[in-house]
Design a protein around this ligand. Structure first.
Ligand code: ATP
Length: 216
């Protein structure tokens, strides 16, 4: 079973890495693929480039067996749509291999606005990770999709190539990339929120307003 977990990872932090390990164990797979996506152009100008985010992500997983980086969305031209990524993976994996995409409840709440969203369950299973925030609107399309396709265990995902939705409620660390960027730009330490190797590289590259000579 192939599992992808996407995000901007600007920068990657322990909240992401911890969730990836929880997913690996709960879904009983040897590996989770982290898939960094393009950042929409309206984000702040101090944010890292795609190449820099990718470099940080590679550093973060270097010490972690079972977490790998898949850079296909960054190397593809133009906007990256999940449906395109899943279609590409489906071609690679063949028709029978289970394929899973992971999303947070916040992102899943807007699932029916994603490009070609109706194709997605024909290509992959969806694992919805419960995040703090509002519940799904029970009348909305995502809630209906969940009711129609819900399964209660990871075993069921292993037994079919696509089409099911599994909700997970793992413990989550209260860390966000926004909070890390805010700390860095205001000269405060982000240590223990992200791997030291990543923080070292952020300083080295002077990202997010980090001072290269900062001694913390
Ligand atoms: P930002 O603060 O810039 O919006 P972020 O920290 O939320 O970033 P993203 O790269 O946008 O990180 O998130 C990638 C994925 O990881 C998303 O599915 C998001 O729901 C999830 N995620 C983000 N933070 C955490 C966390 N602390 N624990 C678990 N999952 C998280």
């Amino acid at each position: 079973m192939h599992v992808i977990y996407g995000g901007t990872f600007d920068p990657v932090h322990h909240g992401h890495l911890r969730l990836a390990i929880e997913l690996k164990e709960r879904l009983d797979v040897p590996e989770i693929s982290l898939v960094p996506c393009h950042i929409p152009p309206h984000r702040g100008s101090t944010d890292a480039t795609s190449a820099q985010r990718l470099k940080l992500l590679k550093l973060a997983v270097a010490e972690e067996i079972g977490l790998v980086v898949d850079d296909r969305e960054l190397t593809r031209k133009g906007a990256s749509y999940t449906a395109d990524t899943l279609r590409q993976l489906r071609e690679q994996l063949g028709a029978q291999e289970p394929l899973v995409m992971v999303v947070g409840t916040d992102a899943f709440a807007g699932f029916d606005r994603w490009r070609e969203w109706e194709r997605i369950p024909q290509l992959a299973h969806v694992v919805v990770v419960k995040r703090p925030g509002p519940e799904l609107d029970p009348q909305g399309v995502p809630a209906r999709l969940l009711r129609d396709r819900r399964v209660s265990s990871a075993d069921q995902l292993h037994r079919a190539p696509c089409g099911y939705i599994l909700e997970l409620n793992p413990p989550l660390l209260d860390i966000s990339a926004t909070g890390i960027r805010e700390r860095i730009v205001s000269g405060r330490s982000p240590r223990y929120l992200l791997p030291d190797s990543v923080w070292r590289e952020i300083r080295c590259l002077g990202l997010y307003g980090a001072c290269p000579d900062g001694n913390f």
